[in-house]
Design a protein around this ligand. Structure first.
Ligand code: GCO
Length: 478
């Protein structure tokens, strides 16, 4: 028998992101984003696809809300397309009322359905004009001001939203967008493939700018909107669970800690402690920008809650060679197998993802301890399934592997709460199959099957029906 341990007002639901589901890139005045442009570069997306149609959610929000209702979800995390709100992106550019009306209706319809909206202000789809105009995320003065203006427009337009997420996974935009080139805008730290300045500095500049932009938006929210609307604001960070490859080797133990610092503490240490982690300063030296007193005043203390995206775990092995300037992991190797040949988790369709619920449990406690027990909302967690896309629809709908993933991860979360972590919500990724960035449509993460060839028709999988009862059994009744 499970003892209910999650607080009565625990929020559970599902997450999506604008570019991954909406489609309709040219409708009602939307401008192009860096992802629209990136998808057109041959070879960038596995199946040469794009988010041009995706799940067609721009025209099917009613269907999406019906899906949410069917699952019993209490919350829905979605992101707003900056290019629908301010098509050219900048603070002196025109605001698009049709874009605002679209999201205002979505918020109203969710609330009418009894579903709490959690809104991500930025999930990677920067208006392309800002990239062309001044180098996008690399331009501290211009971009952080434009972002702050865009955030203010949203706070003003959507007063009923009580949960705001400034950024989704700045690590991805910084590293995958400005070091490996896997994501838009596709800059790489390999100078032979990039002509953008000293590109081994780019990811750290971008990361720094994210922190400043986050701090600016939080200041605006706290000073101008929170007093009248209530509500909370935080940033969502991604990080994998870690296990030392050889637990008896102190260097592997330190490397595992360093991996967390290079992914999570890069952003969370400045926010909660007011400085970058010592391990990053030691490796990166002056590649890591320093905080001016004004920057720090914006950044330190700027989270009402910690948004946690989490999927997988790795074994971590230290390296003895000096770190390459372009190395972004902390001079270590990530592996799926341990010294004893133990595998961290079963294969999925995503090369980087091996389910390991214990890693989730341990990481929640690590975050809690390092950041003085902040309220945590898990803003994403989920899995793909090896070969799912090749199965007939009837078999896809019987996604027992995904059911087991959520069962393991949600129970691991409940254990962490039992041990003192203040976790207040869990958003499963994702409400439906969608455009999986560089992997296109070949990888499915949804609890709902989307028939891309059959007019984007939606079919709930077994996992869509399993999550509600699971939370029912774990949430306290009084
Ligand atoms: C993220 C990603 C999602 C992905 C998911 C699965 O925030 O990590 O934003 O958009 O689709 O993580 O890879």
């Amino acid at each position: 028998m499970t003892t209910p341990v999650l607080p009565k007002d625990f929020l559970w639901g599902f997450a999506t992101a604008s570019y991954q589901i909406e489609g309709a890139p040219e409708e009602d005045g939307r401008g192009p984003s860096i992802w629209d442009k990136f998808c057109k570069i041959p070879g960038k997306i596995a199946d040469n696809s794009s988010g041009d149609v995706a799940c067609d959610s721009y025209h099917r929000t009613g269907e999406d809300i019906a899906l949410l209702k069917e699952t019993g979800a209490q919350a829905y995390r979605f992101s707003i397309s900056w290019s629908r709100i301010i098509p050219l992106g900048g603070r002196r550019d025109p605001i698009n009322q049709a874009g605002i009306a679209y999201y205002a209706k979505l918020v109203d319809d969710l609330l009418d359905a009894g579903i709490v909206p959690l809104v991500t202000i930025f999930h990677w789809d920067l208006p392309d004009e800002l990239d062309k105009r001044y180098g996008g995320l690399l331009n501290k003065e211009e971009w952080t001001e434009d972002y702050a203006h865009y955030a203010r427009v949203l706070f003003e337009a959507l007063p009923k939203v009580k949960y705001w997420i400034t950024f989704n996974e700045p690590w991805c935009s910084s590293i995958l967008g400005h070091s490996t080139g896997l994501f838009a805008p596709g800059h790489t730290s390999d100078r032979s493939k990039s002509d953008v300045g000293d590109s081994s500095r780019e990811p750290w500049l971008v990361g720094h700018n994210f922190l400043i932009a986050h701090g600016k938006a939080v200041k605006i929210y706290r000073e101008e909107f929170k007093p009248k609307n209530g509500g909370q604001i935080g940033i969502t960070l991604n990080g994998d669970g870690v296990y030392p490859w050889d637990p008896s080797d102190p260097l592997d133990v330190q490397a595992a800690e360093r991996k967390l610092e290079f992914s999570i503490s890069w952003f969370a240490d400045p926010i909660y402690h007011g400085h970058y982690p010592a391990s990053m300063i030691a490796q990166l030296g002056d590649r890591l920008p320093s905080f001016t007193p004004e920057d720090l005043a914006l950044v330190q203390g700027s989270n009402d809650f910690y948004g946690m995206n989490h999927y997988t775990a790795n074994y971590i092995k230290h390296k003895t060679t000096p770190a390459d300037p372009a190395d972004f992991l902390g001079n270590l190797e990530t592996l799926f197998s341990s010294k004893n040949g133990e595998v961290i988790g079963p294969e999925t369709q995503s090369v980087w993802l091996r389910p390991n619920p214990q890693g989730f449990h341990d990481l929640i406690l690590w975050i809690s301890n390092r950041y003085n027990h902040p309220p945590i909302y898990v803003t994403e967690s989920g899995t793909s399934l090896k070969g799912e896309n090749d199965l007939p629809r009837e078999e896809i709908l019987e996604d027992d592997f995904r059911v087991a993933y959520f069962d393991g991860y949600v129970r691991a979360l409940a254990d962490a709460v039992r041990e003192g972590a203040d976790v207040r919500g869990y958003m499963a990724w994702s409400l439906m199959d969608n455009f999986e960035w560089a992997e296109g449509y070949e990888t499915r993460f949804g609890v709902t099957f989307v028939d891309y060839e059959g007019g984007q028709k939606r079919y709930p999988k077994k996992s869509a029906k399993a999550i509600g009862p699971l939370f029912e059994s774990l949430i306290k009744k009084d």
